[in-house]
Design a protein around this ligand. Structure first.
Ligand code: SF4
Length: 426
C-alpha cells in the first residue's frame, strides 16, 4: 500500500491545494500515512510570504526527512519556487508550481521531472484546490483564483505564483456543487487575488457573477470570501450581501498602511480616503457586518508620522479586528532595496500598539453581539463560527458541521479572545 504525507504552511490557497492533492492521491489508491506507519512520499507545500515562513518551510522539510527515515520529501509551492537550491541542498526532490496540478499523477507514475531551472510558476495548468468538510474541518474551502500582477513593493507572491488566473465558472460551479453534496455548511472562497477572478476569462467576467452563480448552483452552503482588496468591495458586492443571506457579512480588506505616502511607496492602488470610503459604504449598508484588515508595519520609509496616520485611520473606522504583520524583506521585491527601514524595536512597538488597538476593536465588536441571534456552524472545537466571524461558546454540545441558531446571552472574558456565550435556539 502506497502511503503519503501532505504538509503545508501558509495561506488558505496552499491549504486547499494540499487537500485536493491528498484526495487526488487517494483516488489513485494511495493512503494517507497514519501515526506509526511508513510513508513512501511526503509532499511539502512551502510558503514564502515572509522570511520566517520561508525558514519554517525549510525546517519542516528537514523535520519530515528526520521523522520519516527513507521517505522521499518532495518540496513544492512558493518558497521552493523562490529558492529551489535551499531544498536541493537538503536532499529534497523539488517540483515547480507549474507541475503542481499534475503532481498526483507524476508521483503515481514515478515521473517527477528533474529540472535545473524551474519553469515559470504559471506555465502549467491552474492547480485545483478544494477542501471537503470532514475530520479536520467543518467548513469547506474552494480555491477559484491564483496568481497576481499587482506587484506591491513588499510582496513576493507575483514572482512565485505568476499572473492572475481564474478557475473557469463551470469548474467552480462543479466544485461548489460537490462541496454542497458533501454537506458543507459553509465554503470559504479563496484566491491569491480573489477580486481579480474572471478578468482573464473569455468572456471576461467578475466576482459578483461568480458569487451569484455559486449560490444558485446549490442551496446548501453559505459563502465566505477569504480576502478582498478594498477597491474590489464594489457596490455590487455590497448589494449582493444585502440581498443574499447566504453571503457571509464578513469582509477581510488588506489596508497595509494609513499613510498616503507609504501606500504610494507600496504601490497600493488606493489612498486612505478611498479605503475609508469603501469601509463606510459597506458598514452603513450591512448591519452586523464584520470587517477585518491586514496592516503591515515597518516598511522602509515608514516614520512615526506615517505610523500615526495608520493608527488614527484604523481608530476612526468601524474595523473589527486586525492582522498585524511586521515588514519582512523578500528577495527580488522593490521594497527590499528601499532605504530608511525603521529599527526593529520601533517596529515591535508599532506592531504592539496596533495589536492592542485591534484587540480593543475586537472586544467591542464581540460585546455588541449580545442580544443578537446568530447562525453558526459548529466547529471541531465545539464552538460555533457565525456568519459575521465570531466564535461563539454554545450551551449545548452539538455535532461539528451542524448549523444552529443561537441567541448571544453574554460575553465570557476569561480567555484571551472574549467569547460570546450562545444559547442554542434550534
Ligand atoms: S495584491 Fe499585492 S500583496 Fe496581494 S498578492 Fe498581489 S502583490 Fe501581493
Amino acid at each position: 500500500m502506497k502511503r503519503f504525507l501532505v504538509s503545508t504552511l501558509g495561506c488558505k490557497v496552499n491549504q486547499a491545494e494540499a487537500a485536493s492533492l491528498a484526495s487526488h492521491l487517494e483516488a489513485r489508491g494511495w493512503r494517507p500515512c497514519l501515526e506509526g506507519q511508513r510513508a513512501q512520499v511526503a509532499v511539502l507545500l512551502t510558503c514564502s510570504v515572509t522570511g520566517p515562513a520561508a525558514r519554517q518551510s525549510r525546517q519542516m522539510a528537514r523535520r519530515l526527512a528526520k521523522e520519516h527515515p527513507g521517505v522521499r520529501v518532495v518540496a513544492t509551492g512558493c518558497d521552493l519556487q523562490a529558492d529551489p537550491a535551499s531544498y536541493v541542498e537538503q536532499g529534497c526532490e523539488t517540483l515547480g508550481r507549474a507541475h503542481l496540478a499534475g503532481l498526483a499523477d507524476l508521483l503515481d507514475r514515478d515521473a517527477l521531472p528533474s529540472e535545473d531551472i524551474l519553469p515559470p510558476p504559471d506555465a502549467g495548468e491552474l492547480c485545483p484546490g478544494w477542501w471537503q468538510p470532514g475530520a479536520a474541518r467543518s467548513r469547506g474551502l474552494l480555491k477559484v483564483q491564483d496568481g497576481c500582477d499587482a506587484h506591491c513593493a513588499y510582496c513576493i507572491v507575483p514572482q512565485v505564483r505568476g499572473r492572475p488566473r481564474s478557475l473557469p465558472l463551470a469548474e467552480a460551479v462543479d466544485a461548489w456543487q460537490g462541496l454542497g453534496r458533501a454537506g458543507a455548511p459553509e465554503v470559504v472562497l479563496s484566491g491569491i487575488h480573489l477580486g481579480r477572478w474572471g478578468q482573464d476569462l473569455e468572456p471576461r467576467t467578475a466576482l459578483p457573477q461568480l458569487i451569484t452563480a455559486l449560490l444558485e448552483a446549490h442551496p446548501g452552503p453559505r459563502l465566505r470570501l477569504s480576502s478582498l482588496e478594498s477597491e474590489e468591495l464594489t457596490d455590487q458586492v455590497i448589494a449582493l450581501a444585502q440581498e443574499e443571506s447566504r453571503l457571509c457579512r464578513h469582509f477581510h480588506l488588506p489596508l497595509q498602511s494609513g499613510s498616503a505616502r507609504v501606500l504610494k511607496a507600496m504601490g497600493r492602488p488606493y489612498g486612505p480616503e478611498d479605503y475609508a470610503e469603501r469601509v463606510m459604504a459597506a458598514s452603513q449598508a450591512l448591519s452586523g457586518l464584520c470587517l477585518g484588515a491586514d496592516v503591515l508595519v515597518g516598511l522602509p520609509g515608514e516614520d512615526e508620522a506615517a505610523f500615526q496616520d495608520t493608527y488614527d485611520l484604523i481608530h476612526s473606522l468601524p474595523i473589527n479586528y486586525l492582522h498585524v504583520f511586521p515588514y519582512s524583506p523578500r528577495p527580488g521585491t522593490r521594497a527590499a532595496d528601499m532605504p530608511g527601514r525603521p529599527q526593529g524595536v520601533e517596529v515591535k512597538q508599532r506592531a504592539a500598539q496596533l495589536r492592542q488597538l485591534g484587540q480593543a476593536k475586537r472586544r467591542s465588536f464581540l460585546a455588541a453581539q449580545q442580544g443578537q441571534t446568530l447562525s453558526v456552524v459548529v466547529e471541531r472545537s465545539g464552538l460555533g463560527r457565525s456568519a459575521n466571524y465570531c466564535l461563539v461558546a454554545l450551551d449545548q454540545k452539538l455535532t461539528p458541521g451542524r448549523v444552529a441558531q443561537v441567541e448571544v446571552v453574554g460575553l465570557d472574558e476569561t480567555s484571551e479572545e472574549p467569547r460570546p456565550q450562545g444559547r442554542v435556539m434550534q
